[in-house]
Ligand binder design. Structure first.
Ligand code: HEC
Length: 223
């Protein structure tokens, strides 16, 4: 080969080499660009994915919240219902209790009325008895024997154990019916046992039947 050839080869080689390195540079650039693109795409995808995930999570969260809200609302509804039921039951129970109380009050009123009527009847009966005994003076002496005996005590003694004017026997403890009988006889002037019937007639003159009964009762009890 000649110098020309050598030069040409060198030029070509140089060209080739430089061309080749140019190509390599281009290639690397392209690769870098494509890598960058890829990365950007990956980032984009990741972003999209995470946004997706986020929105899904948000959706799920809001769904859960909705469910929770629904459940809470349901629970409140149920609580309201049961409260209403309890109120209803309480009302019913109260009404029942009131009814029972009314009934027992009515029964008690009835019983009280009956008792009052009974008591009134008993009082009337007693009053009638008292009236009867007041009308029948001999069976129920209204006079006070002790008070009446005061005027007899001078001769017969406060305890009825004195022999009146030295003539009358002791009258204390003498049976009431006998005393009454004697006093009536003295009052009517029909008795004169010891010659002093006149004295006793004067004493008995002002005595009523009930006075005589009371005195007789009192004297029979003197001891
Ligand atoms: C002034 C005295 C005197 C006074 C007061 C007097 N008495 Fe007499 N009493 C006599 C004498 C006396 C005799 C007896 C009469 C006779 O002879 O039956 C007698 C008799 C009696 C007898 C009968 C006794 C018997 O068993 O035989 C009785 C009962 C009696 N008196 C009750 C009374 C009463 C009750 C009073 C009061 C309201 C009273 N006397 C007031 C004096 C008195």
């Amino acid at each position: 080969m000649n110098r020309k050839h050598t030069f040409a080869v060198a030029v070509i080689a140089g060209l080739l080499i430089s061309g080749c390195s140019q190509e390599t540079k281009e290639h690397a650039k392209a690769a870098a660009q494509s890598a960058a693109k890829d990365t950007a795409a990956a980032v984009q995808t990741a972003k999209a994915k995470s946004a997706d995930a986020l929105s899904q999570a948000q959706a799920k969260a809001s769904e859960a919240m909705d469910q929770a809200k629904k459940a809470a609302a349901e629970a409140v509804e149920k609580a309201k219902e049961s409260a209403a039921k309890m109120e209803e039951a309480a009302k019913a129970k109260t009404a029942e209790a009131v009814e029972t109380a009314k009934k027992s009050a009515a029964a008690m009123g009835e019983a009280a009325k009956a008792k009052t009527a009974e008591a009134a009847a008993a009082v009337e009966e007693k009053a009638a008895e008292v009236k009867k005994s007041m009308a029948n003076e001999t069976t129920a002496p209204a006079a006070d024997g002790a008070a009446l005996f005061a005027k007899c005590a001078g001769c017969h003694g406060t305890d009825g154990k004195m022999k009146a004017l030295g003539k009358s026997p002791v009258i204390a403890g003498e049976p009431a019916d006998e005393v009454a009988q004697k006093l009536k006889a003295y009052k009517e002037g029909k008795r004169n046992a010891y010659g002093m019937g006149g004295v006793m007639q004067g004493q008995a003159a002002g005595l009523s039947d009930s006075d005589i009964a009371a005195l007789a009762e009192y004297i029979s009890k003197l001891k």
